[in-house]
Design a protein around this ligand. Structure first.
Ligand code: MG
Ligand code: MG
Ligand code: MG
Length: 306
């Protein structure tokens, strides 16, 4: 039976490209592995896979009785619903350590870098396995996505060096141009429902027993949201009720201005003030310099709610 390699719910490019890259590596070292996904492919990821001619992993939601290798998270809320009936054999991740646990020993590749694919490159180096150009290409794009083309405070020297090395393998001359092309694809909001936009990169967290949902949309120009902000807020309100969430947030991130507008609805009126030192006006707050949910949002919320 193969090991299924799977990223988080509402998969982003790191989860999809990472699952493909880990599955390929495992197969090269004699461990049968299949890349899978827990949800739809985003427009950004579709662009990446098409650019390098790589097929999307198969959709697979149930893992009971299977062996699973987890990519790009270690959170119960982001894992397959029946993960507790599966055997987790490994984790590769770059987030805070979550609440996934195991009954048997596991392989863990966890590093404080900008992207899981940077760690996956370290895995290839460790096993001395060559990365095929197409896989190098999608890994590189995942790193450009997660690090917001190196602008995110989560970006490390390891990520930059990794992109350099992968670009040589994938024959990409101008990585920043490729990154901008990718973010332009990501910035398209026309003909997309508010629900689809809110859920495009949405994560639930358990913070001291409270269910907190935080979505993020990273675009080249935040003005694309001017006409639809009220619709997004209405949908956030619905999402809060439907999911019985304590708080829902949506970060509208302008990658050129390197700042985010936070849309928020919370049972705790002072949460944003305590977490970020700003008072929202009608559920909106401007967060200068904020690009990273993982590093600049989640830790502050955890602290404010603890
Ligand atoms: Mg991710
Ligand atoms: Mg990631
Ligand atoms: Mg991201």
């Amino acid at each position: 039976m193969p090991v299924y390699v799977v990223g988080h719910k509402i998969p982003d490019s790191d989860s999809i490209c990472g699952a493909i890259a880990v599955a390929h590596l495992k197969n090269q070292i004699g461990e049968a592995a299949v890349a899978t996904r827990l949800g739809d492919i985003s427009p950004e990821t579709a662009f990446i896979l098409e650019r390098f001619g790589v097929e999307a992993p198969e959709l697979k939601l149930s893992y009971a009785g299977e062996e699973v290798y987890i990519v790009d998270h270690s959170e119960l809320t982001q894992a397959p619903d029946d993960i507790e009936q599966a055997t987790i054999v490994g984790i590769v991740d770059h987030h805070k350590l979550g609440d996934l646990t195991t009954a048997t020993p596991l392989e863990a590749w966890i590093r404080p870098v900008g992207c899981s694919n940077t760690i996956i490159k370290m895995m290839y180096d460790f096993y001395n396995v060559e990365i095929p150009p197409a896989i190098a290409g999608i890994m590189l794009c995942a790193i450009l996505s997660d690090t917001v083309i190196f602008k995110s405070p989560t970006c490390t020297t390891a990520d930059r060096r990794c992109v350099e090395a992968l670009a040589k393998i994938a024959n990409v001359d101008d990585v920043k141009a490729l990154g901008m092309e990718m973010f332009h694809v990501k910035s398209a909001v026309a003909n997309t429902s508010a629900r689809e936009l809110v859920m495009r990169d949405f994560k639930d967290f358990n913070m001291s027993g409270n269910k907190i949902g935080v979505g993020q949309l990273e675009v080249v120009d935040i003005a694309v949201f001017d006409q639809i902000k009220a619709d997004l807020e209405a949908d956030l309100a619905a999402l809060k009720t439907e999911g019985d969430r304590h708080t829902v947030m949506l970060l509208l991130t302008d990658i050129m201005q390197e700042a985010s507008e936070l849309l928020v609805l919370s049972d705790d009126d002072e949460l944003v003030e305590r977490a970020f030192g700003v008072t929202p006006t009608e559920g909106r707050a401007w967060l200068d310099g904020v690009l990273s949910r993982k590093k600049q949002i989640i830790p502050h919320l955890e602290k404010a709610l603890s």
